[in-house]
Structure formats: structure tokens, C-alpha cells
Design a protein around this ligand. Sequence first.
Ligand code: PRT
Ligand code: ZN
Length: 286
Amino acid sequence: MEMNLKIAVQKKGRLYDGSMALLKECGIDVSNGNNQLRVQAANFPVEVFFLRDDDIPEYVQDAVADIGIVGENVVAEKNKEVTGVEKLGFGKCRLSIAVPKTGVIKSLNDLKNKKIATSYPLILGKFLSEKDINATIQEISGSVEIAPRIGLAEAICDLVSSGSTLFSNELYELETVLKSEAILISNKKLSADKQMLLDKLLFRIRAVKKAKNNKYVLLNAPNDKLDEICKLLPGMKSPTILPLAESGWSSVHSVISENDFWNVIEALKANGAQGILIIPIEKMII
Ligand code: PRT
Ligand code: ZN
């Protein structure tokens, strides 16, 4: 039998769609796998295991799976022996301490001798001892946000993304304990063959991530402003410049990063660029 890289992903939940979309963008087709526990990819030596996210770090540690996609929050809480390989840019959230808006707790110091409900006792415990706060950790597995209202705890420590759960439970965020996103983890002792497959997959993941963080830009520039415009657009090496039929004008092609996108566009316009087209990039290999 041909060797496979075994990859664990969440069976259903918030990381499922992002994980499947990433595999698909990497050219790994597991579309035949609805409702199965494990699926062989059609076109890459990868076998996908669908699991509860909480089990993924342990399965990767124990080599039941070679690699896995899981939240950094789960990796930190489970504290297993795995290697963090690559952050994946989705499933972003933060683990935060939150307290009732109208309560007496206004600062971290006010948490002393109080009870904090959480599903993340290990991460919270480390945080509290670093800050030298002596508080009781009440571990609960779900519906953490209702703990203060039912008198179970004075504060909570839970995941937040939009903040709307906190808002509708009249809680406010006192402190961020951990920032998290989906991460690719791997077993610490991959064989050389499996490491080669992981490197191949990683090459694809990085090309997809890079493409998402960049846009292709096409614009018309007056020749007397080309120097200024090129300085704004470094491109992959330097921008491609082609003369337009209309004399005195050139067409400029380049790549810009999503992060400074709007600032660059404004500066381009201010320097006389016209007909600016922004085009998504599907893959980017440098
Ligand atoms: O069944 P299984 O155990 O696999 O899934 P699960 O229910 O344990 O996890 P799931 O699917 O809820 O979350 C999987 C991962 O998604 C988490 O471990 C995080 O890494 C990531 N993630 C990103 C989130 C959120 N955002 C998030 N907002 N996980 C949970 N939430 C919850 C949070 O607990 C709270 O109840 O959403 C609520 C807050 O959301 P906002 O938008 O109202 O702030
Ligand atoms: Zn879970």
C-alpha cells in the first residue's frame, strides 16, 4: 500500500469549513468523504480523519494522525507533545476574562479570591499565577457565559470572536489571556517520507496563504509619475511596466499586500494613477 500522510481535522464545528476549504485550495480533493470518519484524498497521498477538536493534539502526539488542524487555544490547553508547524489564518478568536458590566470587578486585581468559570483551566491557571492572582478556577465544559448569572462564578474566561455573546450576557472583556487561530500541528517524530509529504503540503499551504494576503494590481500611470508610482509598488521583483498606445502613459502591473492595501491605493491615486484594477490572486509561488 502506498504511504499516506494522516491528517486530523475537526469533524464538525467552527474549524470544519476553513479546514476543508484550505485542503481544497491546496488541490486535495476529499469531496467523497461526507459523514465518514476517514477519507482517502483522490489526488494526493493524504488520508483525512474527522475528529472532535479536543482529541486532535493527543492523536497527533500519539501518531494516530501525523498532522492536524486545530485551534491554538486547544493546543495550549491540552499541552501535548506536538510541533506547531504553521498558523493558518482562520478560526481567529481570543481567550478572554470577562466580568458582569455592573459588578464590582473592575481590574485584574479585583479577581483576587474570586471564582472564575472556564473550559480552559490550564491556560487560565498559568495566566493567574504569572500575574500573581490567587483566584479559584471553576472548570465547566460549556455555556460558560451564563456562570455569573446563575451564581456559579464571579467572572468567566472564554473564547470571544465578535463579542456578541458577551454583550448579550451583559459581560465585558477585562483582559485577553491568549490570541488564537487555527494552526497546523505535527507529530514530533515524523518519518523522512512523511516529512517530505508534509513539506509538499506546506509549500501549497504557504502559496495559498500568500495569495490571500496579496492582490494583483493593474493601473495606468502617466510616464512622468512612473518613478513615484513604482516606489509605492515593489511587486515581486519590481513592477512590470508596458507602454500604452496613448503616448505619455504606461500600464503598470504589480502585487500589493492586503495589509497596506488602502494606503497604497490612496497614494497611487494621489500620484496620478488611473484605471486601477484590483484582482484576487489564486496561488502565489515566489
Ligand atoms: O465538537 P467539537 O469538540 O469538535 O467542537 P467544539 O464545540 O469544542 O468547538 P467549536 O466548533 O465551537 O470551536 C472550534 C474552535 O474554533 C475553537 O477551539 C477555537 O479555536 C475556534 N473559535 C473561533 C471559536 C470561536 N471563534 C468562538 N467564537 N470557538 C468558540 N467560539 C464560541 C465561544 O466559546 C463563545 O461561546 O463562540 C462564542 C463567542 O462568540 P462571539 O462571536 O459571540 O464572540
Ligand atoms: Zn471541542
